[in-house]
Design a protein around this ligand. Structure first.
Ligand code: OGA
Ligand code: MN
Length: 324
């Protein structure tokens, strides 16, 4: 275990002046070691880490970026605490990971910054300003597209706080890589080569039927998203590891199987992936920039808050490649 002063020194080595201050504030736990100039505090379990000593409002050097990308690839979910960034800085940092997507529900994009999707329960003039209940089911982002997302970066601008100070609206993650590794060999053989259909509209409509305040999808939006077929087991483009790539929220069915077998197998795989030992639960703080690897994890937003508590999140979504 590092002493507090040693920890500060270690972080100070590598970061820009403003970053020093951030590191001092954020380093309340143990940083296992400082790697290539950034502090990495790993969560228990296979995924999740806090990156310490980086100020995202400033340009990130190539060396620091390489360290961040390395930590991200290893841990699949990483958090930068106490960040004060504007939309441009959020977009600029996101772009380091690839080209950005513009979400199909244009009415929920940030004015003037179409790369940012508003995820919020806040209402203005009787209408939600953003996608009000985004991701309140297990899913990966854009799995219903032919080229799903590589990663998403979510920035907390307002978080719902209960009277006793507890922050609500956790986001849960589960490692589909660790889940694949833990499958019995017979199941690995059974699902090898299977393909599944993913589609956005099915879940969207189901959320609306269940009372969501979302606008209905237009015919045009529906047409833009006819669905996509991907392998049930995908190979991670950076690590080469295998991951289960079906989810409860957006996978409609496994092709190549009779309907009832598809339903049962989907239910079995989806229940397996979200077992507690594969999870990381993110407890939000104002100013968190959290990013996750859509090729390696699934996530689910916990809906345990409601107005007058307000939640405003800004999401950027980095394009990925076709799963293989
Ligand atoms: C998302 C999402 C989860 C959350 O933005 O992709 O699923 O906790 N959000 O807001
Ligand atoms: Mn999501």
């Amino acid at each position: 275990m590092l002493h507090r002063s040693a920890r500060h020194d270690a972080c100070d080595d590598a970061v820009a002046p403003l970053g020093k201050e951030m590191a001092g504030r954020a380093a309340t736990g143990d940083i296992a070691r400082v790697e290539m100039g950034i502090g990495i505090r790993r969560a228990d379990g296979p995924i999740g880490a806090e990156i310490v000593g980086v100020d995202l409002s400033r340009p990130v050097s190539d060396e620091t970026f390489a360290a961040i990308e390395g930590a991200f690839t290893e841990r699949s979910v990483i958090a930068f605490r106490n960040q004060t960034i504007d939309e441009r800085q959020h977009v600029a940092f996101s772009r380091r990971f690839g080209e950005l997507e513009v979400h199909v529900m244009q009415q929920y994009l940030l004015d003037g910054v179409p790369e940012i999707l508003l995820v919020s329960n806040v209402q203005e003039n009787g209408r939600p300003i953003g996608l009000v209940d985004a991701g309140q089911y297990w899913h990966t982002d854009l799995c219903y597209e032919p080229t799903p997302s590589r990663c998403s970066l979510l920035y907390a601008r307002e978080v719902p706080v209960r009277e006793d100070g507890t922050v609500l609206g956790d986001t849960m993650f589960a490692s589909a890589v660790a889940a694949y590794d833990a499958l019995p060999e017979a199941m690995k053989r059974r699902i090898a080569g299977l393909r599944a259909l993913h589609r956005y509209g099915d879940r969207y409509d189901a959320m609306r039927s269940a009372g969501s305040g979302r606008d209905a999808m237009t015919a045009e939006q529906r047409e833009r998203l006819p669905g996509a077929v991907h392998p049930v087991v995908r190979t991670h483009p950076q690590t080469g590891r295998k991951a289960i790539y079906v989810n409860e929220g957006l996978t409609v069915r496994i092709l190549d199987l009779p309907e009832d077998e598809s339903r049962d197998l989907l239910a079995e795989l989806c229940a397996h992936i979200i077992r507690p030992e594969f999870r990381y639960v993110h407890k939000w703080q104002l100013g968190d920039l959290l990013m996750w690897d859509n090729c390696a994890v699934q996530h689910c937003a916990v809906a345990d808050y409601a107005p007058p508590l307000r939640r405003i999140m800004h999401r950027t979504t980095v394009r990925g490649s076709a799963p293989f």
